[in-house]
Design a protein around this ligand. Structure first.
Ligand code: SF4
Length: 161
């Protein structure tokens, strides 16, 4: 389940060159599924790009000088076109606002403040909200899958493939 906290907005576009990709800081939260997909496509070992000290199914991307390890010199995301950009990065302009671990795992998202992309780009339709919810639900599912696999005694190596 996903809870989204946001004021309504009509248009948004990621203007990373304008803000210098302010969202792309070190330590972005990723799932085991994100790690597996990035590993498969880039050929990198998980420990090269992620901190594998997980917290209840959440991992973090590594960084350099406080910036995400995958950010390019022009502030673009170097894995954007590969199709394996982490689920959270595909939920911008919403950011992680916590997880409630109850009978059901609930992901909380909160809209980024002061993003220069508001008011730009195409008009936001219902499909935008549906897409964010789908990504959030996939994120929750991947956390559940990871926690289940660990409870069955699987190692991270087996889970990451
Ligand atoms: S993976 Fe890409 S979009 Fe996500 S924080 Fe890193 S550089 Fe930004």
């Amino acid at each position: 389940m996903v809870l989204i906290y946001s004021e309504p907005f009509e248009r948004w576009k990621c203007t990373y060159k304008e803000c210098g990709a302010q969202c792309c800081t070190e330590g972005q939260k990723v799932t085991a599924g994100d790690i597996r997909r990035i590993k498969d496509v880039t050929g990198k070992r998980p420990e090269e790009f992620a901190d594998l000290n997980e917290d209840k199914g959440l991992f973090r991307l590594k960084g350099v000088d406080g910036r995400c390890i995958f950010i390019g010199e022009d502030s673009s995301c170097t894995i954007h076109k590969t199709g394996v950009k982490p689920l959270f990065c595909r939920m911008y302009p919403f950011k992680f606002d916590g997880i409630i671990y109850a009978d059901e795992i609930i992901l909380k998202l909160r809209v980024v403040k002061n993003c220069p992309g508001f008011g730009k780009g195409d008009e936001i339709g219902d499909d935008f909200q549906i897409c964010i919810e789908e990504l959030g639900n996939k994120f929750v599912k991947e956390i559940k899958d990871y926690l289940r696999a660990k409870s069955e005694g699987k190692s991270n190596d087996a889970i990451f493939g």
